[in-house]
Design a protein around this ligand. Sequence first.
Ligand code: SF4
Length: 357
Amino acid sequence: MYKREETKPVFVGGVQIGGQKSVVIQSMTTADTRDVEKTLAEIQRLHDAGCQIVRLAVINEDAARAIKKIKERSPLPLVADIHFDHRLALIALESGIDKIRINPGNIGSKEKTKRVVEACRERNVPIRIGVNSGSVERRLLEKYGYPSPEAIVESAVDHVEILEDLNYDNIVISLKSSDVPTMIQTYSLMAQKRNYPLHVGVTEAGTQFSGAIKSSVGIGTVLSMGIGDTIRVSLTADPVEEIKVAKQILRSLDIVNNDPVVIACPSCGRCAIDLIGLATKVEDAISTLKVPLKVAVMGCAVNGPGEAREADVGVAGGNGEGLIFRNGVIVRKVKENELFEELMKEINEMVNEKKPT
Ligand code: SF4
């Protein structure tokens, strides 16, 4: 089976993509890149939520020049999203960009492509080739009849070969489709062709709820095959929501183990506390912690004590009250209205113990 660690490591600023077990989370700002303060505020929120690399739309020269100011204060490495215009790529590179998303086949002449590649080479800046089902060339659509996995992969390989002919292999590839089965097949085909790191995503996945599910199924399936080095969940929502979903995908597959996880029962007729409210509040409160911690929020004595004991910290509800567990041991019984505060007290203590000194 194809293994994530077998991909070529590529560096985006200080962040490694590929050649390792971990998977890097990225997103894209929605602010106009020319608005430096607004863009930086968005980058900060993404960083705080757990984003590791951020992409900016570079629509004109002013946006390309704004990168310099953004870069000075950005807590995250930056990727310039550029279509067609090689001059924007050159300005972005001069402005200190860490990675460029541009398709070499769309730059125009070989001379222009060469200039971009040489500027990237000088600065050790990777190029992401991004093929979407909507961007497959007419020639390939005629050959395959529709943007099939084979057509998307052939398009990507054509772009890759342009860079390889220039002896450039600092490459990341994405092959997105809004159709989940197509995207799964496409990534698995591509993984057999080259060992460049793969940026995985379902494009135009949709709004917060449906897009999160679609992305989880698509990205999760690809990652579970050992394919994929960086992910972007594309949602028609606040980009911070993309990070929350991405983190949950990685946690679900045990790809990250430095984040807290909440185990909560679905609740049923036996539950005598507001379990949904409590679990939601706890998940929210611990979502930005960077500590491996298992928290169980359980409704009653049927499965509650068992799960709560297995977790680092847990609660098992009773009749208007609950038992607090820590390291498998009951530490106290508290009233329902004190459950959240008491559970958080235990969590905070444990987080402090687990934090590296
Ligand atoms: Fe129902 Fe109790 Fe199981 Fe929760 S732990 S689903 S309340 S039986």
